[in-house]
Design a protein around this ligand. Structure first.
Ligand code: URA
Length: 183
């Protein structure tokens, strides 16, 4: 089985996962992009637009994220974009149990894609992957090496749309990311 087939199998598993669907609605949003991506972007949970279409980061914050990806010299088709929680929760912030369960699918997506760098967009992405509560405000722009993987912490684009200061932070972090990914 190649990487694309393996990711498709996980997407199907997410679509049929009754645990993922508890207190959530809309379509499954497993993620999309290049199965061989060097850079993996990780968000929080799908929003309304994503749950309507089944595609990650295509609403307002997604437009900002995709713009910054393209401006970094990366191409959307080259990277992989996903979130640890695969359905839109009935509440605003996903619960720890949503994040923990989401990781049963998402952890395997990481193994399959095996990216060179994982960009953690906000607190929920950090919690899902690093298993710790991280102050993104204090630690954004940091590179963490753990378990043979490289992580880059930054703010979630939704926060950047709400707070001017966060937008500045996100823009500065993407400039740093650009040099890290060699563009
Ligand atoms: N925010 C996320 O964290 N993920 C999405 O897919 C969309 C918005």
């Amino acid at each position: 089985m190649n990487k694309e087939e393996a990711l498709q199998e996980i997407a199907l598993e997410i679509e049929n996962c009754d645990i993922c669907k508890v207190d959530k609605h809309g379509k499954a949003v497993p993620g999309e992009g290049n199965p061989d991506a060097d850079v993996l972007f990780v968000g929080e949970a799908p929003g309304r637009t994503e749950a309507e279409t089944g595609r990650p980061f295509i609403g307002r914050s997604g437009k900002l994220l995709r713009k910054l990806i393209n401006e970094s010299g990366l191409k959307e088709e080259e990277v992989y974009i996903t979130s640890p929680v695969k359905y839109l929760p009935d509440y605003i912030t996903p619960k720890p149990s949503d994040i923990e369960h989401g990781f049963t699918h998402f952890g395997r997506q990481i193994e399959i894609i095996d990216p060179k760098i994982i960009v953690l967009l906000g607190r929920v992405a950090c919690l899902a992957v690093l298993k710790q509560n991280v102050s993104v405000v204090l630690r954004h722009g940091e590179i963490i090496e753990d378990n043979g993987r490289k992580y880059f912490i930054t703010v979630h684009p939704a926060a950047a749309l709400r707070f001017v200061k966060m937008k500045q932070t996100l823009l500065e972090d993407f400039i740093k990311l650009r040099s890290l990914v060699g563009n």
